[in-house]
Design a protein around this ligand. Sequence first.
Ligand code: GUN
Length: 294
Amino acid sequence: MKLIDGKALAETIKGEIAVEVQHIKAQGGKVPHLAAVLVGDDPASAAYVRNKVRSCEQCGFKSTLVRRDADITEDELMGIINDLNMDDDIDGFIVQLPLPQHINDEDVTLAIKPSKDVDGFHPINFGRMAQGLPAYLPATPYGILQMLERYDIETSGKHCVVVGRSNIVGTPMSILLSRKAKVGNCTVTLTHSRTRDLAAETRRADIIIAAIGRDNFITADMVKEGAVVIDVGINRVDDATRKRGYRLAGDVDFEGVAPKCSYITPVPGGVGPMTVVSLMMNTLKASRKEIYGF
Ligand code: GUN
């Protein structure tokens, strides 16, 4: 069993991006600039955004944090998005989700200019991705593709079972892995809460992508000997022995499953850090106008 060290790989890629940014600066080019909008005081969202800002610093990017209270109106938030859309110095931006109940996530996603949508959440980017056109790829699936590529894990002709059909992980992952591409050419089964005999499906998998959001959901009896297991889950589990009162657990029962795997990602230190790096890669692409040419 080999561990896929997402934390180390993320550091390597951030180092590569920093070198690129130094070249850009040396040639008098524009420093990539990412903005993040954080609404409210959800501690998990605040931690994610802090991480994104810190990663910008590590990559040599400029970053701008726009922070607003939870009682902001949808109109006010739309005004901020409009300003960011128009600001030529901002290459890309994200609005951290979830948003307070009174704000419609969908309206917000649609308001972001696709050429600045470095989260890859806008339907224009999703559609372009689905058709294999240049697009910002959503961060988590993009991070997983990077892991598979950098660890030289063969995907062509393999059977991949994706567990979970969310718009930001499961569904795009299933599309990306079935594409005719260097990391792709899988036969993909997309499973979800209504799948009959899920264990029979996962047992046939050469590659399992677990993105269901339930701790210890994938157990050893559901995994074939030699499978590659990618754990997307970041679940908070009560743990009185920890100072903060909880620990993070993935969707996979790591202890039970790891001995059967050829490769497996840990939680924490697996997919999570790669997600942030993907956002940095998308921001670099945005500053180079690689996707849309403007
Ligand atoms: N909330 C959880 N994950 C994400 C993400 O990747 N982007 C944004 N904007 N919000 C999130």
